[in-house]
Design a protein around this ligand. Structure first.
Ligand SMILES: Nc1ncnc2c1ncn2[C@@H]1O[C@H](COP(=O)(O)OP(=O)(O)OP(=O)(O)O)[C@@H](O)[C@H]1O
Ligand SMILES: [Mg+2]
Length: 347
């Protein structure tokens, strides 16, 4: 199956399935990633993220469905014929070789002329700020530097597609945050489609143009981060994006009302309620200080509820100390309604 439409020049998965024995690891997954686009595959442990990448790379076999890259079907092709670069969580560097040699080896094996290798290697060393590490062995590098070497090696292959499987999960939070912006710029500049696997919503939101949320091998929703956040199609997506996570309150029979912690306000129960607002009486539990913001924890009709407020706000002041009865209030248009049985969004 080939297609000449310009929208289909990147990566196209059509009804991809992978079954092993009785288990369905990927269930009818269809998605497209255009050249220069970064798609994050986001989902909890075991939802099939790595399996999806491995099928695209040809390391695992698809049971049915098709994979198309740059207008060509590659579903049954061996990995070496796919022109796909994959960066894993473990860097898979050669421990006995220097950084420079780790980077040049693949090009040497492909008989790229030495002058060209030298030029390309120096270019990516500069791009990833690894010049000072050129002659060191992997064991003499920090985790972040090793990660950048693995990425540099993938970039040198000039593949038609980048697949990254939690490439930053071995790094500390600060370094991840620092590298996120850099990585985004570097990946974008390659002009190749990118599939980036993570279970970290912040990483997905900070790095990707679009996010595909997976659960048990099934695509739940695909869209820009803001769209998924504001307009989740089901309770799973609503709960998976956002921290602290969305509050779910059993306010109507058979339905749960979702309220984002930042959409709740703490107010004295005696104050008049605006017509567009709703309110519930709440008992204070405890406070978490985040520096400029505060998470206050409440008990509302037997359910625990979190409120996220600016540290300077009236909500934060009331949450910290107030003698009279308090309410949590919100504007009704912020409510997300889910059918309790299926988790499906109903309003
Ligand atoms: N070869 C296999 N045979 C049978 N089951 C497998 C095989 N490989 C993976 N699985 C199962 O498939 C499911 C998906 O695994 P996968 O590694 O794709 O998840 P993941 O989303 O990458 O998880 P994590 O975030 O923990 O890396 C899991 O339930 C896993 O146990
Ligand atoms: Mg995985």
């Amino acid at each position: 199956m080939t297609s000449s439409s310009p929208a289909r020049t990147g990566l196209v998965l059509s009804q991809l399935c992978r079954r092993v024995g009785q288990q369905t690891l990927i269930d009818n997954l269809s998605l497209e990633v255009a050249p220069g686009d970064i798609l994050a595959l986001l989902g909890p442990s075991g939802c099939g993220k790595s399996t999806t990448l491995r099928c695209i790379a040809g390391l695992d076999r698809a049971s049915s469905g098709s994979i198309e890259l740059a207008g060509k079907e590659i579903t049954g092709r061996p990995p070496a014929e796919r022109n796909v670069a994959m960066v894993f969580q473990s860097y898979a560097l050669y421990p006995h070789l220097s950084v420079r040699k780790n980077l040049s080896l693949g090009l040497e094996l492909r008989r790229v002329p030495p002058a060209e290798i030298e030029e390309d290697v120096e270019r990516v060393l500069a791009l990833l700020q690894l010049e000072a590490c050129r002659e060191r062995k992997p064991a003499e590098l920090s985790g972040g530097q090793r990660q950048r070497v693995a990425l540099a090696r993938a970039l040198l292959r000039k593949p038609a597609l980048f697949l990254l499987d939690e490439p930053m999960s071995n790094l500390d939070a600060q370094l991840r945050e620092d590298l996120r912006g850099e990585l985004r710029g570097i990946l974008r500049s390659t002009g190749a489609p990118v599939v980036y696997v993570t279970h970290d919503q912040h990483e997905a939101m900070g790095l990707a143009d679009r996010i595909a949320v997976l659960k048990a091998g099934e695509l739940q929703q695909l869209g820009a981060a803001a769209e998924l956040y504001r307009n989740p199609q089901n309770q799973f997506v609503a709960s998976f994006l956002g921290s602290p996570s969305i509050n779910l309150l059993p306010l109507h029979p058979g339905a749960l009302v979702g309220l984002r912690p930042e959409h709740l306000e703490v107010m004295e129960a005696s104050r008049p309620l605006a017509p567009e607002q709703a309110a519930l009486n709440a008992q204070r539990e405890h406070l978490e200080w985040l520096g400029d913001r505060v998470i206050s924890h409440w008990r509302v009709q037997g359910t625990s509820v979190k409120v996220l407020s600016d540290a300077q706000s009236r909500s934060a002041a009331l949450a910290q100390s107030h003698d009279g009865p308090l309410q949590l209030r919100w504007t009704r248009e912020h409510e997300l309604h889910f059918e309790q049985a299926s988790g499906r969004r109903i309003r």
